[in-house]
Design a protein around this ligand. Structure first.
Ligand code: ASP
Length: 434
């Protein structure tokens, strides 16, 4: 059976088994010793260990992958003088789509009013973490020590360093060409590592989802149903409607094809709730199944995974309005504009790992003059929303990459259109996983 199918089956099996375990763990009919054993050895033992190893092995790839693919991308673009326009276009699209995402979220939330009938009886023992000032976020993009940036996994700093390094390679004549060919070889090797580790994916996805669904009370969703389903509706609207319109409008390509090729990427995003951990799969899919040339994909995809978080911004938009409604605070027009601006910038500063969107929400609430403790209201359903919004985040990265590549003629339409690329025999022939 193909890897893609095995991962899909693992996902469904993990959700089903997790839900069953959740039921058993909370059922009085099951003896306490059995419940303790299931909880201790299976959920907190096996699933936890396998899930953590899987996420660690994906994370292990992030720094080498971002560094190497960005250096390759920017070194091959550097001499074509297209680097500047591509960078400007990509950044412009990333920021604009995020601003649109928050605006749509605000509109939906104001219209639906998810917080209008919610009483404030929720536990407010929550200690909000202090959000860093925006200026610090900005200054922090520039590394003073690239080695430390890599050791700490500071993605924006690594991106700045890699871009500069790649650009310098393209200007350095013969020595530059030698170094570039070294990094291209490195890229092949790192991609091989991705393939090897992908073999772990079915087990990892299964363990992550089984653990999550066995510990997550579905009751939390019912309490916050209005908020939960508003966020979900905007996420789906953005992923299916806004991105489709964008793709059709800017590149004339079929959104259906793009969405169907995103499937394996969604599974990873959904089960890891991390655009960073999903990056290897996003990059390979965008390059090999959607036909974006390596020089553009190597730049746009890692950058997008780090700074483009439309799904996160959507959650923040809805959450802001929800919290304002619960606390009975009227939001002025200025507050709305502030939310759009700060959520767009916060998306740049949100690390591509689970749950960080909730931390940067503190920054948005603070700027809008809302009580940061309000985060306690929505924390119960955040993980599940995080999984879906991460899938939206990575869809945005892929869509923008395709649009930019098409506009720069760095795009192979045959690959994009080819349904052969959907056939796993072809994929595995080419060593393409999943
Ligand atoms: N988990 C999200 C991501 O990695 C970030 C967030 O919204 O917390 O894309």
């Amino acid at each position: 059976m193909s890897l893609t199918n095995r991962i899909l089956i693992a996902m469904v099996a993990g959700i089903l088994l997790g839900s069953l375990l959740n039921f058993l763990l909370h059922s009085a009919g099951v003896p306490a010793v059995v419940r303790d054993a299931l909880d201790g050895y299976l959920v907190g033992g096996l699933f936890d260990v396998v899930g953590r190893i899987f996420v660690a092995s994906l994370k292990l790839l992030i720094v080498p992958l971002v560094l190497v693919s960005l250096i390759c991308g920017s070194s091959s673009l550097g001499d074509s003088s297209r680097m500047g326009p591509i960078a400007v276009k990509t950044l412009g699209f990333y920021l604009a789509t995020t601003a649109v995402a928050v605006s749509v979220a605000l509109l939906f939330a104001v219209f639906i009013g998810p917080g209008n009938n919610v009483a404030l009886g929720v536990d407010t023992n929550f200690q909000a973490s202090v959000a860093p000032p925006l200026v610090d976020v900005l200054v922090d993009i520039f590394p003073s020590n690239p080695v430390r940036a890599m050791a700490d996994g500071k993605m924006l700093q690594i991106i700045v360093f890699a871009l500069l390094f790649g650009y310098a390679i393209s200007r350095a004549g013969e020595p530059g060409r030698r170094i570039a060919s070294f990094f291209r070889d490195m890229e092949t090797v790192v991609m091989k590592m991705v393939e090897v580790l992908m073999e772990l994916a079915p087990y990892g996805v299964f363990a992550l989802l089984a653990k999550l669904f066995s510990t997550m009370g579905i009751g939390a969703i019912l309490d916050l149903a209005a908020y939960f389903f508003t966020v979900l509706a905007v996420l789906l609207f953005h992923a299916l409607v806004i991105y489709s319109l964008m793709l059709k409008g800017f590149s004339g390509l079929s959104p259906r094809i793009l969405l169907s090729k995103m499937r394996p990427v969604w599974v990873f995003a959904f089960s890891t709730a991390s655009s960073g951990a999903t990056l290897p799969v996003t990059l390979r899919t965008v390059e090999r199944r959607m036909g974006v040339h390596n020089s553009v994909a190597g730049f746009t995809v890692p950058l997008g995974a780090t700074i483009n978080m439309d799904g996160t911004a959507i959650m923040q938009g809805v959450a802001t309005v929800f919290i304002a409604q619960v606390y009975g605070i009227d939001l002025s027009m200025t507050a709305f504009i502030t939310v759009i601006l700060t959520a767009t910038l916060a998306s740049v500063g949100t690390a591509a790992v689970p749950g960080v969107g909730l931390i940067t929400l503190a920054l948005v609430l603070e700027q809008a003059g809302l009580p940061v403790e309000g985060i306690a209201l929505i924390i119960g359903v955040d993980r599940l929303l995080d999984m879906v919004r991460t899938a939206v985040n990575v869809t945005g990265d892929a869509t923008v990459s395709v649009i930019v590549a098409k506009s720069e003629n760095q795009f192979d339409e045959q690959v994009f259109l080819s349904s052969r690329a959907n056939h796993d025999e072809v994929l595995s022939d080419e060593g393409m996983l999943p």
